[in-house]
Write a protein that binds this ligand. Structure first.
Ligand code: NAD
Length: 451
């Protein structure tokens, strides 16, 4: 469904009028399709800086250069505003150290470029040695979230990576994602790097999923189709599952991406066993599972039938658990596998008329947190993504006013595209995201709801 404000804002005259009327004038985002796979930051300039004593800058500099960016230190003046501003605050030990945030970002703000990226690093507060160091780390989070709100008008984002000293080797994947166009709609997030999972062998950036087998549920349209397409583009063989009544769309879509159609209702009692057997027989295992199939059946609780309640929990939550159990018990999911569940901002914040949906999506957040440590020794990561308003058939059914509110109430003043969610899922599915597990990452343009 087209976004009229986004279309109008692209025309200079109409853009001025929107601003005069006090309406948002969203900036069309620059997405990953424009990137060169092996050097996604080619032609980008990055300015990096840090608090004295921060230890990640050398790794950051080397990685950005490897990705094609031209890197300058903050003391040097770069002739044009940098596309990426990266600040390492892992060395923040006292409140005076926080002033370095101001000194680094203040001169950049007047000319911060459209589609720019601000990325900050801080020490994980729970692992800080003393309360003031922990407080400083949280201060960086508050700073980042506010920065995101100021940069949103330019289609630029601000995110934070928490890490513990000694875990800098886990930065490469997250750094690539957050500095590149792939993270266009991931804004105002603070992710924690975990030491639980060991590093896998290196892969190429262009085809990180070569020789991998992936299952995407609900893949005939929307976020599922975008995810299947993205994983196939990265080299995976993708089994595309959807309900039998969607068979025709599913078959033609799967053919488009050289995938395998699998018409199946995930709530069918024999679905988990059938899937486990299929992957063992056809491929000897499975590497990536994206639990994307989901439904809404909105009603206020007073008016909701028990069947409607159960239906949503069956599809969105119980089927996910049953399928994972079958795949894990039969050792179908291989070591270094990836499990990604589609949660929702509704699961984070709740939503009127969605007690069933919010319960199912919040359940997935608790589930990935608890399952991740159990599978870490196998190199398997388990994460959730929580989209807010994404332009799909599901949200096209919303009443007009609710749809407009969903689109606008975020720092980027627009809805996300299925490709934005797919890019986040692909990042989590990639080998170099091994440092992220048990996490729920929002893809919401920094939505006000649940913030
Ligand atoms: P969509 O309705 O466009 O697609 C969902 C797909 O799942 C459909 O193809 C449907 O046929 C399939 N499906 C439903 N029940 C199934 C079942 N029992 N077995 C197999 N397949 C089944 O939805 P979307 O907007 O692309 O959303 C995808 C996921 O993202 C869902 O889990 C949804 O809850 C979540 N999500 C979406 C948004 C959004 O704004 N679109 C926001 C938050 C979360």
């Amino acid at each position: 469904m087209s976004d009229l404000l986004l279309t109008l804002a692209a025309h200079p005259g109409a853009n001025k009028l929107l601003k005069k009327l006090g309406l948002p004038a969203p900036v069309a985002l620059q997405r990953s399709t424009q990137a060169i796979p092996d050097s996604p930051l080619q032609e980008a300039t990055a300015v990096i800086g840090g608090v004295t004593g921060s230890e990640a800058l050398d790794i950051v500099r080397a990685r950005l250069q490897e990705l094609g960016a031209r890197v300058c230190e903050d003391k040097q003046t770069s002739e044009a505003p940098p596309d990426i501003a990266l600040f390492d605050a892992t060395g923040c030990r006292n409140s005076e150290d926080l002033d370095a945030l101001y000194r680094f970002f203040h001169p950049l703000m007047a000319q911060f470029p459209r589609h720019g990226r601000a990325l900050l690093l801080a020490q994980t507060p729970e692992q800080a040695d003393d309360p003031v160091t922990a407080a400083c780390a949280k201060a960086v989070e508050g700073f980042t979230r506010s920065l995101g709100k100021e940069l949103g008008k330019r289609g630029a984002t601000a995110n934070l990576i928490y890490l513990t000293p000694g875990q800098e080797d886990r930065l490469a994947g997250p750094l690539t994602f957050f500095c590149s166009p792939a993270s266009a709609y991931v804004d105002g997030q603070a992710i924690r790097l975990s030491a639980a999972v060991e590093a896998p062998p290196q892969t190429t950036l262009a085809q990180p999923q070569q020789n991998k087998i992936a299952l995407v549920t609900g893949a005939s349209r929307g976020i599922g189709a975008a995810t299947a397409r993205q994983l196939a583009g990265e080299g995976a063989t993708v089994v595309c599952l959807d309900i039998p009544s969607a068979s025709r769309a599913l078959t033609s879509f799967a053919a488009e991406i050289n995938g395998v159609p699998m018409p199946m209702d995930i709530t069918a009692p024999d679905a988990p066993q059938t899937l486990a057997q299929f992957f063992l027989e056809q491929y000897g295992g499975l590497d990536i599972i994206v639990h994307n199939a989901g439904i809404t059946r909105d009603k206020t609780l007073a008016k909701m039938s028990e069947a409607t309640w159960r239906n949503v929990l069956d599809v969105n939550f119980r089927a996910v658990v049953a399928i994972n159990e079958a795949l894990l018990n039969a050792k179908v999911l291989r070591n270094m596998g990836r499990i990604i569940c589609l949660s929702s901002i509704s699961g984070v914040a709740g939503n009127f008329g969605q007690t069933n949906y919010a319960a199912s999506k919040a359940a997935l957040i608790g589930y990935v947190t608890a399952l991740a440590p159990q599978l870490a020794h196998q190199g398997i990561t388990v994460n959730a993504v929580a989209p807010a308003f994404i332009e799909t058939d599901m949200t096209a059914q919303m009443p007009l006013l609710m749809r407009e509110a969903g689109r606008r109430l975020n720092s980027l003043s627009q809805g996300g595209q299925p490709e934005d969610v797919a890019a986040l899922i692909a990042f989590l599915a990639a080998p170099d995201a091994y440092g992220v597990t048990g996490a729920t990452i929002r893809v919401c343009g920094q939505a006000l709801i649940g913030a």
